[in-house]
Write a protein that binds this ligand. Structure first.
Ligand code: NAD
Length: 472
């Protein structure tokens, strides 16, 4: 098989990277910052292009995944990107406005302002799992903030990369928005450029390389990383409702979602009921799996193999594996893996050590819910946490006593789609935020500006200090 990015392609991309970076820097220095009208026009152009090319993008993602549900691409990638664009178009003029700030008493009648300004050339590194939304979400924020943008697409989504590059090239000059393709060598060169800000979405491990490379130029980074997002179900929450919502979040994009529920903790008496309800939910969602258009495949053979090895490891160490395969079909050759529950999972199993990033769901039980909160707090801080409970004071307690990038109460995943909530991890699941105004702020310099008044009250502090020595 031909390598996706043969060496000569890398050389071309490295040359493009260097030339385009130079061009974008020059353009940023020479041209005036875009006005609100220009930014809105750019965002509108992007929205229209996205809507006009929706089917090409859906097809491109499908070929990268082997199979990806068209509805999932529209619902999880295109519509959230359009929502981000609309939010930015609606508010960018007010986000850009200089804001009055207070003046310390001794300095009155001077005045203060905070003036948001573009940073310059922004680099965005994109993973493969939602290649459109994770390229366009940051792009929208960076454009709203008035920057130039270079995007490095994932080597695992070459078709989507090409489709997105063509769409952007048709509407933006490359000194404004440019797309780079390539594997690890190109990615390393990309992250070594002296960007004015870099937003990386990907694994925690690669995030460390990106931050190290950025440190050489003191490039600020926003890291959107992964981790194991737990689900905790309170003792009296209806299991059928929880199971249905959790299994939706675990099977959308076949669990290849950074905020997918990674494992579930529920009262020990409810385990069997959860298994039955999970089976029923999957049977409702996907009566069949193999040829089902709605059920997405695993991105490639390497990840398929990785997930199967988690199941083999868990089984060898004593876990009970329950595939939820309603028609009992063979999935060989489809690239798909059936949604699978893992009971009796223990901490020595890969499935409890690694981010799963696939349709496998370990189900743990507790006798005392406080133990589960301790378990969560004893493990690396997750990107998301899900808590199912209708009891307000217990909900407040869990939200207050746990640390995670974000929380959805009584559902999973959906906090990510809220334009007015900051999205980002904490500790090993990431740093910094974007979405809506949080994205605009991430890609802006908040410049503090002080305007001295005609009446200078500071003359009293000028030397000679003789008389002042009595007071100061
Ligand atoms: P990855 O870290 O392997 O790759 C991400 C990107 O980094 C790719 O474009 C890749 O080419 C590039 N890259 C690879 N090596 C590099 C290096 N040494 N220096 C610079 N860049 C390099 O991640 P992936 O497999 O594409 O995506 C899956 C991971 O992403 C999961 O851990 C998931 O949780 C995480 N993720 C996080 C979010 C979020 O918003 N927090 C969203 C989606 C995915």
């Amino acid at each position: 098989m031909e390598p996706l990015f043969p060496p000569h392609a890398s050389a071309v991309q490295l040359e493009r990277l260097n030339a385009l970076f130079e061009r974008q820097q020059q353009a940023f220095r020479r041209e005036r910052f875009p006005t609100a009208v220009m930014r809105r026009a750019n965002l509108q152009k992007l929205e229209q292009a996205l809507l006009d090319n929706m089917e090409q993008l859906v097809a491109a993602v499908k070929s990268d995944f082997g199979h990806r549900s068209a509805v999932e691409t529209r619902f999880m990638e295109i519509f959230p990107s359009v929502a981000e664009i609309r939010e930015a178009r609606r508010h960018v003029a007010s986000w850009m406005k200089p804001r009055r700030a207070g003046v310390s008493f001794w300095f009155t009648p001077a005045t203060n302002q905070v003036v948001p300004q573009p940073l310059g050339v922004v680099g965005i590194i994109v993973p493969w799992n939602y290649p459109i939304f994770l390229a366009l979400g940051p792009l929208v924020a960076a454009l709203a903030a008035g920057n130039r943008v270079m995007i490095k697409m994932s080597e695992s989504t070459p078709h989507t990369g090409e489709a997105l590059a063509a769409l952007l090239a048709a509407h933006f000059d490359e000194d404004h928005v440019a797309v780079i393709h390539g594997g690890v060598d190109v990615a390393q060169a990309f992250s070594s450029k002296p960007f004015d800000h870099m937003l990386f979405t990907g694994s925690t491990q690669v995030g460390k390389h990106v931050m190290r490379a950025a440190a050489d130029h003191l490039t600020p980074v926003t890291l959107e990383l992964g981790g194991k997002s737990p689900v905790l179900i309170s003792p009296d929450f209806p299991i059928n409702t929880a199971a249905e919502r959790i299994l939706w979040g675990k099977t959308v994009n076949a669990g290849q979602t950074c905020v997918a529920p990674d494992y579930v903790m529920l009262p020990y008496r409810k385990e069997q009921e959860f298994v039955e309800q999970a089976k029923a939910a999957v049977a409702r969602f996907f009566p069949t799996l193999a040829a089902n258009e709605d059920y997405t495949a695993i991105i490639d053979a390497r990840h398929h193999q990785r997930l199967m090895s988690y199941l083999e490891d868990a089984q060898a160490k004593g876990a009970t594996i329950i595939p939820l395969n309603p028609a009992n079909e063979s999935l060989a050759g489809t690239g798909k893996i059936a949604p699978t529950l893992v009971l009796n999972a223990t901490s020595d199993m890969l499935v409890m050590q690694q981010e799963i990033f696939g349709p496998i769901l370990p189900v743990l039980t507790y006798r005392d819910m406080q133990e589960s909160i301790l378990y969560i707090n004893d493990h690396p801080r997750p990107l998301a946490l899900y808590y199912f409970d209708h009891h307000p004071s217990r909900v407040r307690k869990v939200v207050r006593e746990t640390i995670s990038g974000g929380v959805t109460v009584n559902d999973v995943v959906i906090h990510v789609g809220q334009g007015d909530l900051p999205f980002g991890g904490v500790g090993p699941s990431g740093m910094g935020h974007y979405h809506g105004k949080y994205g605009f702020d991430t890609f802006s310099k908040q410049k503090g500006v002080m305007y001295q008044s005609r009446l200078n009250t500071l003359w009293m502090l000028y030397p000679p200090y003789g008389k002042l020595a009595k007071w100061v």
